[in-house]
Design a protein around this ligand. Structure first.
Ligand code: 5AD
Ligand code: SF4
Length: 458
């Protein structure tokens, strides 16, 4: 039994072996997947998980550094946790992930804010760091690794829908896009042993999951050398996963245009259970800006990849990421981005203002010289255009029938389910006799800006 200090009443007895952990996750899907690894490591070390902050003995924030506003959000939350800690002094607060890696022990500069810091490759150390913190010492491990893939760890699924899960297939990134902090905070690229990936997917199927998303910063450069010298490429891995069970839906993210091969597209065409959706971040439509971004492709090359997708996978949805106002971007460059978006007819996009990240190549070599109002105006134009494209993309589905995997009850009506088409579009429809996790055929009756509305057909 542990003795610990409690806010109001001096010392109290704590009966559970280690304590309850509350995890909050910011940033990309990779972070969601990492939090599941963290949950698994802590559970095996006697901790239990809670989704309620006011039950927590340990608060962990898995953080994102990709843009300044992502970090600002986390600072805001840390302030909230500091107030919670004031009322409950024995509570341990830990910063995990990319901000931990970037800002290291500077979190300890502010008094009573953070007890432990762990970078993305240091999660196996968390039980040790937590023990130190329980003894009143702050603990930090921000070492990056060339090998760590957490391959042997079975993540504890935190999503709760029990239908769709992320499976991390690689870590880190070697691309060195000039604006991006990821290579610095997540380290060098390393792929995970395919056998462990297949094993994890089989466990998910046994647990009732119907869809997996294979995750990596640049999945197309996945590669694993097997003992006999053979190579498992991303196309091969996709095939291995798709073959496990023909009713399992397989997705993946993110593709880098310079590495998206026809072989991957052909593999997608061969397996009906690999979803018809590719996330292919373009970032800019101007070859000059793409060069400054160190993206490794031109506008024309990107267009060639889109044409290959349209040729090999005619019903494939394409989504993208766009950055507005990168260093030296002119109105002419910006118009090239708009015209490329129009030409590619993207189904969906994530759109951002350029945010200079300390120590990246762009921060060191290129002035952040586009005024904020200009960035904002260009972003507004990009968002407005994508709004139209997304709406058109949904409108053209009206009258068609899609196979939909039911993910849950609609937030707006408990009489309706929502699910996704293979193209990753959300569909809402009356429940009927179906259940969460079922594949159903849905005829699309109309579309709203965000959603398709339909009804089940037999
Ligand atoms: N500023 C703005 N957007 C960025 N992204 C990455 N780094 C930055 C940055 N410094 C965007 C890119 C990337 C997505 C995950 O985030 O579009 O594809
Ligand atoms: Fe994910 Fe990149 Fe944000 Fe890290 S910095 S959480 S890798 S989006």
């Amino acid at each position: 039994m542990l003795l610990e200090q409690n806010s109001g009443s001096g010392y109290t007895n704590r009966t559970q072996s280690n304590g309850r952990v509350y995890i909050e996750t910011y940033g990309c899907q990779m972070n969601v997947s990492d939090s599941e690894v963290v949950a698994s490591i802590l559970q095996s070390n006697g901790y239990s998980l809670t989704s309620k902050l006011d039950e927590a003995d340990v608060i962990l924030v898995n953080t994102c550094s990709i843009r300044d506003n992502a970090e600002e959000r986390v600072w805001g939350r840390l302030d909230v946790f500091r107030q919670y800690k004031r009322r409950n002094p024995s509570v341990i607060v830990g910063v995990l992930g990319c901000m931990g890696e970037r800002l290291k022990d500077s979190f300890f500069d502010k008094k009573n804010l953070v007890d432990i810091v762990a970078g993305p490759d240091a999660y196996r150390e968390l039980p040790v760091l937590l023990r130190l913190a329980e003894e009143g010492q702050s603990g930090i491990n921000v070492l990056l690794s060339r090998e760590e893939t957490y391959a042997d760890i079975s993540p504890v699924r935190l999503d709760k829908n029990g239908v769709s899960a992320f499976v991390s297939i690689m870590r880190g990134c070697n691309n060195m896009c000039s604006y991006c902090v990821v290579p610095y905070v997540r380290g060098a690229e390393r792929s995970r042993d395919p056998e462990t990936i297949v094993r994890e997917v089989k466990e998910l199927i046994d647990d009732g999951y119907r869809e997996v998303t294979l995750l990596g910063q640049n999945v197309n450069s996945y590669h694993w050398t097997v003992e006999n010298g053979g190579l498992v490429s991303f196309a091969k891995l996709l095939e291995m996963v798709a073959k496990i069970n023909p009713t399992l839906r397989v997705r993946y993210s993110t593709s880098h245009p310079k590495d998206l091969s026809d072989e991957v597209l052909q593999t997608m065409a061969r397996f009906g259970n690999i979803c018809s959706h590719i996330h292919l971040p373009v970032q800019s439509g101007s070859s000059r800006i793409l060069k400054l971004m160190n993206r490794g492709y031109t506008r024309e090359y990107y267009m060639g990849r889109v044409e290959a997708i349209r040729r090999i996978l005619p019903d494939c949805a394409i989504s993208t990421d766009v950055i507005a106002g990168f260093c030296s971007e002119t109105d002419a460059d910006h118009r090239e981005t708009l015209s490329l978006m129009q030409w590619a007819n993207f189904d969906f996009a994530y759109m951002f203002k350029y945010s200079e990240r300390p120590n990246t190549k762009a921060a060191r070599r290129l002035p952040d010289d586009v005024p904020d109002e200009t960035k904002a105006r260009r972003l507004t134009e990009i968002i407005a255009l994508q709004g139209k494209l997304s709406e058109q993309s949904k409108k053209k589905d009206v009258g068609k029938t899609f196979e939909v995997l039911i993910e849950g009850v609609s937030k707006k009506s408990d009489q309706h389910f929502y699910g996704r088409t293979s193209q990753n579009k959300v569909v809402v429809f009356p429940k009927g006799n179906s259940g969460i996790g079922d594949f159903v055929k849905v005829a699309i009756l109309k579309s709203t800006p965000a959603t398709l509305i339909g009804e089940m057909v037999l």
